[in-house]
Ligand binder design. Structure first.
Ligand code: SF4
Ligand code: SF4
Length: 94
């Protein structure tokens, strides 16, 4: 997915790329946190402009880039980014 970054986007480095969060798009549903298979997301202490706690990365090194957080977010407030040239799938031989 192409970047939807703004100057307010938070971006955490993880082993296979980045996890990005746009705080003010978040409605605090917690889906991303609940669905993360590695429990690397948690509800942040601060509030966003809507009065919700957005997610933050608490254990970035454990992220496996499964993209569940991005896929379950109803508001496109969290997404993954991978370095240019890297495909999301492992290389396969033809
Ligand atoms: S990509 Fe997967 S492991 Fe990483 S934060 Fe999102 S749900 Fe968790
Ligand atoms: S799934 Fe999206 S809207 Fe829900 S808490 Fe996570 S970032 Fe916020």
């Amino acid at each position: 997915m192409k970047s939807q970054q703004t100057k307010d986007t938070k971006r955490w480095k993880v082993p296979k790329g980045y996890i990005c969060v746009q705080d003010d798009l978040c409605k605090g549903c917690g889906f991303c946190i609940d669905f993360c298979p590695r429990d690397v997301l948690a509800s942040a202490q601060h509030f966003n402009v809507k009065g919700y706690h957005p997610p933050e990365l608490v254990d970035p090194e454990d992220c496996i880039m499964c993209r569940f957080c991005e896929l379950v977010c109803p508001d496109f407030a969290i997404w993954t980014e991978q370095p240019e040239g890297e495909d999301e799938h492992e290389e396969e031989d033809d």
